[in-house]
Design a protein around this ligand. Structure first.
Ligand SMILES: *Cc1c(COP(=O)(O)O)cnc(C)c1O
Length: 379
């Protein structure tokens, strides 16, 4: 699904040199690369504060802790996403409220959000799934109207853009009150181990969060709040510093591969292609808002699982993201939920399949993959 070794060849010299330097300086924790990366990412995202941490799941949890959310507060998030989002809500004894997504973008449905709001609702967590922003214009409007926090889960869309109807353009992760991301190796900006970060433009929140990631300390050995230990290590920061200047070109390579997939699949009756050009509100000429963390199509003739078996036989990697709606997972099932509120997710889990998507995809690989898929669906 990804080719991290191929991508490493392009940055090998720089990465090897900085890692060797770190080994020789032994500044493994909080070395200068961590601070430098923080500043460079703030610059790239145009956000005031980046707070690095240990992984994307911690980043979400710490963002919620920083906002002072309390047990019993209801947090609305998508039913169709990776479990980390709902997991940290439950861990903090907040009440997860799962809602349905849109069939064409796979992102949380603003109408479903509005419907789920109660007096206990305190926050909305949109996930920018597969590399495209959720409908942030609508979500921020709903949040303002109901006085809610918005936390962007930006683990899959770093580098993506969002343009508001008035033409204001922002980077994914720099739109809401606070955002989280993951630097897991297979993410669009991935390190060579675990890593994550929290972003915010709010000075007070940034201060609070900087203490939370460091055992609740604002002054050495004074623990003012209950915190956690969550750090990005120096070696990972060095890897990320080598990759960040290339992130835009990595995104372009993914978009190029996506365009080739789309062209090859155009007009295939059993395939629904991912919808793009939504998060720019029509402002882009050649929309490049989507950064294609995944290239995910829907197979509409009920043969998704058979196609998956066939791809496996042909040694073509694929992923089913995600096979089970969160509201049907044992850990998160709840009698409050009605199946009729999850019609889109319940369909998507049976239709979606993600094809190889990374920065090193070659034309012949894309043609082999698309021809194999098309031939199978025709037979
Ligand atoms: C990867 C991912 C996470 C978790 O990130 P980790 O670094 O693996 O903890 C959270 N949310 C989404 C949407 C993700 O894709």
């Amino acid at each position: 699904m990804v080719d991290l070794i191929g991508q490493y060849q392009g940055i090998k010299k720089q990465v090897d040199e900085s890692i060797s330097h770190i080994l020789n300086s032994a500044a493994f924790i909080n070395g200068p690369e961590v601070h430098a990366f923080q500043k460079e990412l703030e610059e790239y995202l145009q956000v005031k504060h980046v707070i690095p941490c240990a992984n994307g799941t911690d980043a979400l949890q710490i963002a919620m802790m920083g906002l002072g959310l309390q047990p019993g507060d209801e947090i609305i998030t998508a039913d169709f996403t990776f479990a980390a989002t709902v997991e940290v809500i439950a861990l903090l004894r907040l009440t997860p409220v799962l809602v349905d997504v849109e069939p064409d973008t796979f992102n949380i449905d603003p109408l479903a959000i509005e419907k789920a709001i109660t007096p206990k609702t305190k926050a909305i967590v949109p996930v920018h799934l597969f590399g495209q922003c959720a409908n942030m214009e609508a979500i921020m409007e709903i949040a303002e109207k109901h006085d809610l926090f918005v936390i962007e889960d930006n683990a899959q869309a770093i580098g993506a853009d969002y343009t508001f109807k008035d033409g204001t353009k922002k980077k994914a992760g720099g739109i809401a009150h606070v955002a989280s991301t993951s630097f897991f190796p297979s993410k669009n900006l991935g390190c060579y181990g675990d890593g994550g970060a929290i972003f915010t433009n709010d000075d007070d929140l940034a201060h609070t969060i900087r203490g939370i990631v460091n055992h609740g300390m604002y002054t050495r050995y004074h623990h003012d709040v209950v915190g956690v230990n969550s750090r990005l290590d120096t070696i990972q920061a060095a890897v990320l510093r080598a990759k960040l200047p290339r992130l835009n070109s990595y995104c372009n390579k993914r978009r190029e591969a996506a365009r080739k997939y789309m062209k090859a699949f155009q007009g295939q009756e059993h395939i629904v292609l991912p919808k793009t050009g939504i998060s720019c509100n029509g402002f882009c000429e050649n929309c490049d808002c989507h950064v294609f963390h995944q290239f995910t199509i829907r197979i509409m003739n009920g043969k998704r699982d058979l196609l998956a078996d066939h791809l496996a036989q042909k040694n073509i990697p694929f992923g089913i993201y995600y096979p089970i709606p969160l509201h049907k997972q044992k850990a998160y099932a709840d009698s409050r939920y009605n199946e009729s509120d999850f019609t889109v997710t319940n369909e998507l889990v049976k239709e979606v399949i993600s094809l190889p998507m990374h920065t090193e995809l070659e034309d012949d690989q894309i043609s082999f993959i698309t021809q194999t898929v098309i031939k199978f669906l025709k037979d």
